[in-house]
Ligand binder design. Structure first.
Ligand SMILES: NC(=O)c1ccc[n+]([C@@H]2O[C@H](COP(=O)([O-])OP(=O)(O)OC[C@H]3O[C@@H](n4cnc5c(N)ncnc54)[C@H](OP(=O)(O)O)[C@@H]3O)[C@@H](O)[C@H]2O)c1
Length: 322
């Protein structure tokens, strides 16, 4: 019988259990995947801990890579034996096998291996929509990226740099600051000990930045608004330190700021939307954006991996082998 990580309650990492599960069959418009690699993402922490409500018991996880083992009625465009990846719901990637809607599968180019794909699809598609759809920075702009050494952050800094953008990035330690300098971050700021907002104003000669990309949330909310230039855009796309408070219109008025809270789900709601941002990502990787998989675990050891991610002890991507 196949195995999967299941949770019966939401809570600390230990709620995750490696259990035997029944064999699955694909339904209409679905494929059955034999998974080879699974990406760890911060959204998995929200699903496990209760930040997002799930019907229990549940299998968590939003990103996987594998081979199609069977196809259901009405499936077009893919066949048994194809190597594919996917991002986003329904949750359930922490498993040896799973069913998934065929329409949203991402065919994997031959030059991107399974581990690399699992390290970059969800994080890289996020960066792809953030910089192509949410706020499109121009060459010569200077922008702020929070958690620059993280999975999303490290891809974002390199990709922005590739497009001629100057990147200011926040990081939690000296060690992370040294690392991100080699991955496109021009000005690392250690926000655990420096006032990042003041430092951004210094770097930009008092102008502020046209955009802040914020996957950290609560702890950086005030400072992020404070260091935006006139007409700047505050993009809050995550809550690693907790959810931001409601953004009051009055807080935006003085400099005519914009606020948005985008998500990957609408940007991957169908096959066309998904493939468009996936192709941007594959091109960026071919042109030099590196996906650093700095941490690898067997899926059965997901507890250890979640502990490390929540303790801010990771850099780049973490991938589970299945
Ligand atoms: N909306 C979307 O479409 C979307 C899609 C993907 C990811 N996201 C969000 O993007 C963010 C990054 O995701 P990721 O998977 O790449 O994770 P990650 O950046 O690899 O890990 C989170 C990082 O956040 C920083 N952090 C700051 N305060 C923290 C705290 N109190 N607890 C834990 N971490 C803290 C840490 O870096 P430092 O130690 O350097 O501060 C940590 O390494 C997450 O918030 C995630 O939910 C959103």
């Amino acid at each position: 019988m196949p195995h999967a990580i299941h949770i019966h309650n939401q809570g600390a990492p230990e709620v995750m259990q490696w259990v035997e599960v029944p064999d699955l069959q694909p339904g209409t418009s679905e494929v059955l995947l034999r998974q080879t690699a699974v990406g760890l993402n911060y959204i998995d922490v929200y699903q496990r801990s209760g930040g997002y409500k799930l019907d229990l018991p549940a299998c968590i996880g939003m990103e996987g890579v594998g081979i199609i083992d069977a196809i259901g009625d009405g499936v077009e465009g893919v066949k048994v034996g194809d190597r594919v990846g996917y991002v986003m719901g329904p949750p359930g990637s922490y498993a040896e096998q799973r069913v998934y809607p065929a329409e949203r599968l991402i065919p994997l180019p031959a030059d991107i291996n399974d581990t690399q794909a699992a390290g970059m699809l969800l994080k890289g598609l996020t960066v792809s929509y953030l910089i192509h759809r949410t706020f499109v920075p121009q060459a010569g702009d200077t922008v702020l990226m929070h958690a620059a050494a993280g999975g999303v952050g490290m891809i974002a800094c390199q990709w922005l740099k590739q497009r001629g953008v100057t990147v200011i990035g926040t990081v939690g330690s000296e060690e992370k600051a040294e690392i991100v300098k080699n991955y496109g971050c021009d000005y690392p700021i250690i926000y655990t000990r420096e006032n990042f907002s003041e430092r951004v104003m210094e770097i930009t000669d008092g102008e502020g930045v046209p955009v802040v990309y914020d996957g950290v949330g609560a702890s950086v909310h005030d400072g992020s608004l404070a260091c935006l230039a006139r007409f700047g855009t505050y993009v809050n796309f995550g809550a690693a330190s907790g959810h931001i408070p409601p953004v009051a219109g009055a807080a935006l008025a003085g400099r005519s700021l914009y606020f948005t809270r985008p998500g990957l789900a609408p940007h991957t709601a169908n096959g066309n939307l998904t493939l468009e941002i996936a192709n941007y990502l594959f091109d960026a990787v071919r042109q030099g954006v590196k996906v650093e998989i700095n941490h690898k675990y067997e899926l059965r050891n997901a507890v250890e991996a979640h502990r490390a991610l929540e303790a801010r002890a990771t850099t780049g991507s973490t991938v589970f082998s299945v």
